[in-house]
Design a protein around this ligand. Structure first.
Ligand code: ZN
Length: 236
């Protein structure tokens, strides 16, 4: 009777152990770490592109100032040239050359500005797409986290139930059996007891000698497997 109860206790303990392993593995199986990592990479990408956008916008603003300054300088030159103040031909020629150079600078600058504007537009589009992806990934992650939490709560509830069953059961078992069980359980990864089926030890699959077998029918004796050392139990 005691051995039978001890066997039931072992079954409960193994179930609890199995559930605890499930709790440990649940985060990795849930996909939460992967989703989190993916989200982080998206957010990093987003902030890098955002910084690039900021600096390109700043650069564009500077170019606009530069463009304005070219415009102002050209206007001043033209006013001087055609205002009638300068009549020296050589000086006029020099001013014209300056004006031509400024026009060239302006053209080059405008090309750069167009390229920059295109780049800014592309970045803005990429950022919009990334923002959508980030929000979708956040939703996905939140869903996975919720699922994981529910799973772990359910597993913990199951464990709590088993633990109360275990307490009740342990109360019916003699201390010396319990102590022996705990000692052996530690040694055999929780499998302190082995069932005897067809005269074979369920722990190590070795045949039990007939001399040894006789003791199994005495309910008060503790019989150990000669091969593996587990406590043998013969269930009806
Ligand atoms: Zn054995």
């Amino acid at each position: 009777m005691q051995l039978q109860l001890l066997w039931e206790l072992q079954e409960i303990d193994l179930s609890i152990k199995g559930l605890q392993t499930k709790i440990e593995e649940a985060p990795w199986l849930s996909g939460v770490p992967d989703a989190r990592e993916y989200l982080e990479s998206l957010e990093k990408d987003y902030s890098e592109k955002e910084n690039r956008l900021k600096s390109e916008r700043k650069e564009l603003k500077q170019m606009e100032f530069e463009e304005q300054s070219i415009f102002d300088t050209s206007k001043e030159l033209k006013d001087n040239m055609y205002g009638g103040k300068v009549s020296n031909v050589k000086e006029l020629e020099q001013m014209q050359r300056k004006l031509d150079l400024l026009a060239e600078d302006k053209k080059k600058l405008e090309e750069k500005m167009i390229n920059l504007m295109e780049s800014i537009e592309a970045l803005e589009e990429e950022l919009n797409e990334l923002a959508e992806k980030i929000s979708r990934t956040r939703e996905d992650l939140a869903g996975k986290e919720k699922q994981l939490e529910e799973e772990i709560t359910a597993l913990n509830q199951e464990i709590a139930q088993l633990q109360s069953q275990r307490e009740e059961l342990a109360g019916k078992i003699d201390q010396k059996y319990l102590e022996k069980y705990l000692m052996l359980a530690e040694k055999y990864q929780g499998k302190a007891l082995a069932r005897v089926v067809n005269d074979i030890c369920g722990g190590c699959r070795v045949f039990i000698s007939s001399a040894h077998r006789g003791h199994l029918y005495n309910p008060s004796s503790m019989v150990y497997c000669e091969n593996c050392g587990r406590l043998l139990v013969k269930l009806d």
